[in-house]
Design a binder for this molecule. Structure first.
Ligand code: PMP
Length: 758
């Protein structure tokens, strides 16, 4: 309800015995008034919003009392009296003198440094302030800045939304990983250009008011928030921010890690401000103060986002007196030139303009400018790039013991026990090797030894590894460029159980049985009996295909009836990725004879495994020793254990299920608006989007798929294409991503599709 200045004058008389003239002031939430007494003395009267949390009012009052004990060196408000107006809390505060920062036309670097120093002294004074209401939850706290993403949709212009998303991705990439190393503290949290006053000569900060955002946050958010606002309207907002930071550092030093996140935090505060204004506009706000910053913030954000995060960090460190230490990195062109000379040319590089990465964390890879790219394709770094737990386990073990499996050490047996506990009986014996290819090779040998046969049955479009025999078993390779085209040796290729483009097109048990019958008839037609059927539980290179229900039950029955073994390759999809199960084959309720694991098992460390039954293992024990020099060494086992720990403790299978659903339904929604999307499929965080030029002829849209991947890269999202027709966009990110990453990726894909289709 609006309160008039007359109401306030009356309130001042009745509650505080003051004769005043009242005048309304700006306010974000509370209603604020300037009271002038006849004596010329000024006061501020704040009428809290209806229903405002009493604890927060008490928190503010308590901080004024606390700060009165310290020499912060600028004027701060103190509490003069308390009252009520129609059930709303009323507080009478001392007036903070000086001219508002925002009203000064010129602001010197010295003044900005002075503001930094004042904030440093303030935070030093707040260091021993404790209050039960201080650890509160509010959207302006930069720890929760990802919530601003909800409001991005209220911004009408696509290019502006993309700018906000880029800044939010920068925030997510740079802060989520660092969070444990960044100190928390009670901060003012809103030293903006409307809350800071300047002395009459313009040389010093005079005061600071509005403690409405006070609370626990990251300490470095204090200078970052202020810097975001004092850069508004400046030619070089980053230089202005660094001036403030330098002053802060003199009074209350930050660590290098904290200085390292100053730049993304400054950008993020502008995003929060802009996104909040957009929401308030959409909700019909008529409070001009809600939009006071908006256009200036767009301009400043656009300038700040032109900087490279690496350069910005270096400048922030230098402003804080740290010497320039960045070593000269190799340039992209130097690396490409050396690659051309010294690396086999059959290896390709992703993207028309290749990416050069320097580091990784969580679901992010950071390029040479320290820009974060959201990695949606690397299922190897399953629990997140460079997961600290996995890194520490490897470092610890590497410094203690690394030997081979001919000696006893607890890591091997502990790991074998933990890993086989993840599998149904009778899968209880394991062999540890170094790569998926090696593991598949070993699986073939197990089958050959056990059955005394050589014939292998594989699926159309499959890839199982890069060794000579595995290329013969990988139609994806032998049918592709440089391949022989047709199977050679004892190889039977059966149709891929693809319910979108294959022979039978429905995701039903009936089609599952029809595809299984194809296996049966291929076996009947083959010249020799099979050693084994080798298939991925969900097809990866085959185009992110989930077989229809009952496929494996039927196929396994046919293979076993012919005396063959069933080998399931879980290299791409195992370890919880599919969400509803730990292993892909479990989705179909079957138990293979041999399971092959790779990629995610070591989170990037070269480790792979074959797990089988005691019976098959004993057939393999035919006198010839099996020994793999590096396989199952103590470091690999420590890494494997750490990966299992993280998957379990961080609930990554459940996360894959939940985020997979969110991603998939978002993609299905995109399909309603983008006719290029022919099919959306997959389980958990193993998803595929098949692109077609025509939804009835299914004409594949491979160039369009590539163009979408390139366009997504422009927005910092890494994807790639696969499938025999190269028209399937594959999504299989590290399981460390969150809702905001999923939503941002969907927005990027939306505009990428719009661009490619348009
Ligand atoms: N099986 C599948 C299903 C794969 O995708 C791959 C690798 N892409 C392999 C086996 C071979 O693994 P590696 O590259 O570790 O030898």
């Amino acid at each position: 309800m609006a309160i008039s200045p007359q109401d306030i004058a009356q309130l001042a008389r009745e509650s505080f015995g003051l004769e005043v003239a009242a005048e309304a002031l700006d306010g974000d939430v509370d209603q604020n008034f300037l009271l002038r007494q006849d004596s010329g003395e000024r006061l501020v009267l704040k009428v809290a919003q209806e229903g405002r949390n009493q604890d927060l009012v008490a928190l503010e009052s308590s901080v004024f009392t606390h700060l009165a004990e310290y020499a912060v060196g600028i004027a701060l408000p103190h509490l003069v009296g308390k009252g009520q107006w129609q059930g709303r809390q009323v507080r009478l505060l001392s007036w903070v003198p000086g001219e508002l920062w925002v009203h000064r036309s010129e602001r010197s670097a010295a003044l900005r440094r002075d503001l930094g120093r004042a904030l440093g002294r303030l935070d030093a004074a707040l260091a021993d302030f404790v209050h039960p209401a201080a650890d509160r939850d509010h959207d302006w706290d930069l720890r929760h800045a990802s919530r601003a993403a909800r409001n991005v949709r209220w911004v009408p212009e696509a290019s502006r939304r993309a700018l906000l998303d880029a800044a939010l991705q920068q925030y997510s990439g740079h802060l989520r990983a660092l969070a444990p190393e960044v100190r928390r503290a009670v901060i003012h949290g809103d030293a903006n250009d409307y809350n800071v006053t300047v002395s009459a000569d313009g040389e010093r900060v005079a005061g600071l008011f509005d403690f409405g955002d006070l609370g626990v946050s990251w300490l470095v958010a204090e200078p970052a928030i202020s810097a975001a606002y004092i850069g508004l309207g400046e030619d070089d907002p980053w230089a202005a921010a660094c001036d403030l930071l330098a002053g802060y550092q003199r009074e209350y030093p930050l660590t290098d890690e904290e200085i390292g996140v100053f730049y993304p935090l400054v950008c993020t505060r502008l995003v929060v401000s802009i996104a909040t204004a957009a929401r308030r506009r959409a909700a019909g706000s008529s409070n001009a103060y809600h939009f006071a910053t908006e256009e200036r913030a767009w301009a400043a954000l656009a300038k700040l986002m032109q900087l490279s995060p690496a350069r910005a960090r270096q400048e922030a460190l230098e402003a804080c007196g740290r010497p320039a230490t960045a070593p000269r990195p190799f340039s992209k062109s130097e690396i490409l030139a050396a690659r051309q000379r010294h690396v086999g040319p059959s290896l390709s590089v992703s993207y028309r303009q290749p990416l050069h990465f320097q580091r990784g964390r969580g679901p992010y890879l950071f390029d040479q400018d320290d820009r974060p790219f959201l990695d949606l394709v690397n299922n190897v770094c399953h629990v997140g790039h460079c997961h600290p737990r996995v890194v520490a386990a490897a470092q610890r073990q590497m410094a203690q013991l690394n030997t081979n499996t001919r000696y006893l050490y607890a890591g091997l047996t502990e790991y074998a026990t933990r890993l086989t506990a993840k599998l149904p009986e009778p899968l209880s014996v394991c062999y540890l090797v170094n790569s998926g290819s090696e593991a598949n090779e070993l699986a073939l040998r197990l089958a050959q030894c056990h059955t005394g046969r050589d014939r292998m049955v594989v699926l159309e479009g499959a890839y199982h590894g890069h060794t000579g025999r595995l290329i013969e078993l990988s139609p994806y390779k032998f049918r592709g460029p440089g391949g022989r085209g047709e199977p050679t040796g004892d190889v039977t290729v059966v149709p891929a159980p693809d319910s979108y483009r294959g022979r039978y097109r429905a995701m039903t048990p009936a089609t599952g049985r029809l595809y299984a019958a194809e296996v049966e008839s291929a076996l009947a037609a083959a010249a020799t009996s099979p050693a084994a059927f080798l298939a991925e539980s969900l097809l990866s290179c085959g185009g992110q295909v989930e077989p229809p229900p009952e496929y494996f039950a039927g196929a396994f029955a046919a293979v076993r009836a012919a005396g063959g073994l069933c080998i399931i390759d879980e290299v791409q999809v195992g370890f919880g990725r599919v969400g509803d199960a730990f292993w892909g084959f479990e989705l179909q309720g079957v138990v293979p004879d041999v399971v092959v694991m790779g990629k995610p098992i070591g989170n990037g460390h070269p480790l792979a495994a074959v797990v089988t039954t005691p019976e098959i293992a004993s057939s393999f024990d035919n006198g010839m020793e099996f020994f793999c020099t590096f396989g199952g060494n103590p470091v690999s086992c420590a890494v494997g254990l750490a990966v299992l720990d993280v998957v379990e403790e961080e609930g990554l299978q459940e996360r894959a299920r939940r985020l997979g659903q969110r991603f998939r339904s978002g993609l299905e929604e995109l399909a309603t608006r983008h006719p290029l999307i022919g099919d959306v499929r997959g389980r958990g965080l193993f998803l595929g989007v098949e692109l077609v030029r025509d939804r009835s002829s299914l004409e594949p849209a491979a160039t369009e798929a590539q163009a979408v991947v390139e366009a997504a890269k422009q927005q910092g999202i890494l994807l790639s294409t696969d499938g025999p027709l190269h028209n399937v966009i594959k999504i299989k990110p590290p399981l460390a991503l969150d809702e905001h990453d999923v939503d941002r990726a969907l927005r990027a894909l939306d505009s990428a599709f719009a661009g490619v289709q348009g």
